[in-house]
Design a protein around this ligand. Structure first.
Ligand code: SF4
Ligand code: SF4
Length: 143
């Protein structure tokens, strides 16, 4: 798949027309989770099967949200998360990180912004990439 230059966190905020304060509020509203419950023990990241592929580890995503770092919105972590709930099971504070990741994706999807816009794929890529991989790169759970 064509690798395009990743937008910075500030560019993502401009695209979403939201401040980091608004994004954190929205994530808490959509997920029902308090990102400030996390005390950075790292248990979630230690058990995450997708951690090696993430720009920010699961606990780093929560830390970035706590300090309102815009780069969290440009990291690929929310799109890589497989919603396997391993982190939630391991978390001593009961933080449901899968729901937090889903809320982050929802913020994009509600603005009609996908991880991989269809127009960015060449005809060759659409023809030859496994269909399931192409679909998985677009919208995750939208219901
Ligand atoms: S739900 Fe996502 S962040 Fe949590 S362990 Fe699974 S892949 Fe990692
Ligand atoms: S396991 Fe829970 S408390 Fe520990 S870093 Fe992860 S989310 Fe935070």
């Amino acid at each position: 798949m064509t690798k395009k230059k990743q937008a910075t966190g500030e560019e993502q905020l401009a695209l979403l027309e939201l401040s980091m304060d608004e994004i954190v509020d929205k994530i808490e509203e959509l997920s029902g989770e308090n990102v400030f419950d996390c005390y950075q023990c790292g248990m979630c990241s230690a058990g995450c099967p997708m951690a090696d592929e993430m720009d920010l580890l699961p606990n780093q995503v929560l830390h970035a949200l706590q300090v309102k770092d815009p780069e969290v919105m440009s990291a690929n972590s929310m799109w890589i998360c497989a919603s396997c709930y391993t982190c939630q099971v391991r978390c001593p504070k009961g933080v449901d990180l899968a729901k937090v990741m889903e809320a982050m994706r929802q913020i994009y999807l509600r603005k009609q912004l996908d991880n991989v816009p269809l127009d960015d794929l060449s005809h060759r890529e659409i023809r030859h990439l496994p269909q399931i991989a192409v679909v998985a790169s677009f919208r995750k759970k939208t219901g």
